[in-house]
Design a protein around this ligand. Structure first.
Ligand code: SF4
Length: 501
């Protein structure tokens, strides 16, 4: 019989239908293929685990898999003198591998440790998964007759700031989660029973896809397979429709999926109503007067700025916390006056070293003391500047001044001053650019989005690639980031061209 691993079980706990499809409809597998970014998350998880093992210098790793690993585990359990990494337990339906199992001589029992690459155990969805994860393992260890002591979660310490070297004892926090796991255990055991019944059930309809009642951001990639009658752009795409579940339920129960078919009696928010109106009329809503006021608040020179960053789980350089962003690149388009030619400046850090000071000195070179700094989604760029200032207080005034001068071009679209049917309810630059400047596109670029850019940079600096390949990656990164700021300039120019004098 096929065994249910922890990964499959956790998929089932999160969505039974999705887990069933992944197991039983392998022909859909291309839809489930991991992106480079997803793969990098797995790699980050493995890296965190290898660092956390350093907390147990005596630990012994079981490198084998399956039955072989199970029999080595049984042998080690008998010996009662080891700290085991990747101990493996198999029963008639389930297979679990444990991150760390440590024998407690004083209490003649085993302590279980689960290692996670997260920053904290907050009361959020993630933490629920960690408890479920540990409870699954405990259920199988109980079944194997292992006497368990305490159960711990080891996770990254978000307050840890790296010194010259990583201090592994400070990098991680160990939390005793025995009580939460024991409180969860009975419900986990009954969910495991359900999983073993339903995951191998031949009738796919035994499980329903519930996401038809949830907004688009909740859907997995199989949504259209389960609901082929729902159009690609549907009521699920209405802005914040997931927040007001009653309204979406009302529409779905009335079998209304097409935005244009939403009856007038259904009360939409102003933003949702705009989204519906432009979709029905296929005519944009443009508040020229307010756009004019916004753009007239800008002062020359105009600096269009964008950072690319990398957030390593284990800090790579002194002064960084876990997952703190390393700004490895920026692009800057500068327009000195309305009639001037736009100029381009850029910086890409290609060394295995902290980029912060180089980024700041390049910014100092290119950004003057006057003029608006235009970004897309200001929270991100402002936070990068604030973090640079924290690491380099001598530059805090300069970076603080840039933050004071930041103008978020996305707000024109967020404030509904320009709503276009082609935006499909979104305001990201990737949605706005093709509508306002169809000639410009990310589609032909080697690197097309931020997640791919960060992975490409990491591989370029730390990967074992020939120099020519690294140079090609550098070129691709520069091209991608350049388009981000050029796109902002072009969108700004399109807006300037439509406002009255
Ligand atoms: S769309 Fe939602 S309910 Fe349906 S399979 Fe995916 S995650 Fe599960």
């Amino acid at each position: 019989m096929q065994l249910i691993t922890k990964t499959t079980y956790l998929q089932f706990a999160s969505c039974p239908k999705n887990a069933w499809l992944q197991l039983n409809k392998p022909e859909l597998s291309d839809r489930f293929e991991l992106s480079d970014f997803d793969k990098s998350l797995v790699a980050k998880g493995n890296l965190v685990e290898s660092w956390a093992r350093k907390l147990f210098p005596e630990g012994v790793l079981i490198k084998e898999y399956g039955e072989q690993a199970h029999s080595i585990t049984k042998q080690y359990l008998k010996e009662k003198n080891k700290i085991i990494f990747q101990s493996t337990f198999i029963n008639d339906r389930f297979l679990a591998r444990n991150d760390v199992l440590e024998y407690d001589h004083n209490n003649d029992c085993w302590n279980l440790y689960e290692i996670k690459g997260t920053n904290t155990l907050d009361e959020n969805e993630d933490s629920v998964d960690h408890i479920e994860d540990a409870a699954f393992q405990v259920a199988i260890l109980n079944d194997a007759g292992v006497k368990l002591g305490q159960i711990y979660l080891i996770h990254l310490n978000k307050e840890y700031v790296r010194g010259d070297k990583i201090e592994v004892n400070n990098l991680f926090i160990k939390e005793n989660i025995s009580e939460q796991v024991n409180n969860r255990l009975e419900s986990t055991k009954s969910r495991m029973e359900q999983a073993s019944e339903l995951l191998f059930h031949e009738d796919e309809n035994a499980l329903e896809c519930q996401c038809v009642y949830l907004g688009r951001s909740n859907h997995c990639s199989t949504f259209s397979y389960s609901h082929p009658y729902v159009p690609e752009y549907s009521v699920h795409d209405l802005s914040r429709i997931g927040a007001g579940k009653k309204k979406l339920a009302e529409l779905i129960d009335s079998k209304i999926y097409e935005i244009a078919e939403i009856p007038d009696e259904i009360k939409l928010t102003d933003i949702q109503q705009n989204q519906k109106d432009v979709h029905v009329t296929q005519t944009p809503i443009i508040d020229l007067h307010s756009i004019k006021n916004e753009l007239e608040s800008l002062t020359y020179p105009l600096y269009f700025l964008d950072y690319e960053t990398y957030p390593p789980a284990i800090p790579l350089f002194k002064g960084f916390k876990p997952y703190q962003q390393i700004p490895f690149q920026f692009s800057l388009h500068v327009l000195h006056s309305p009639d001037a030619e736009v100029e381009h400046f850029e910086y890409l850090h290609t060394e295995n070293s902290d980029s912060s000071k180089s980024v700041i000195s390049k910014l100092r070179e290119f950004v003057g003391s006057q003029g608006s700094v235009i970004v897309w989604s200001k929270r991100f760029e402002k936070s990068i500047n604030a973090q640079l200032a924290e690491r380099h207080p001598e530059d805090a005034t300069f970076l603080g001044d840039i933050n004071e001068r930041i103008y978020d071009l996305m707000e024109i679209f967020q404030k509904q001053l320009y709503v276009h049917p082609g935006f499909k309810g979104k305001v990201s630059i990737k949605k706005v650019l093709p509508v306002l400047a169809p000639a410009l596109s990310y589609k032909d670029l080697e690197i097309q989005e931020g997640g791919a850019a960060m992975e490409a940079w990491y591989e370029m600096v730390f990967g074992d690639k020939p120099i020519e390949e690294k140079q090609a990656v550098a070129k691709n990164l520069l091209t991608y980031c350049c388009l981000d700021t050029y796109a902002m300039y072009v969108i700004w120019k399109e807006l300037i061209n439509i406002i009255p004098n």
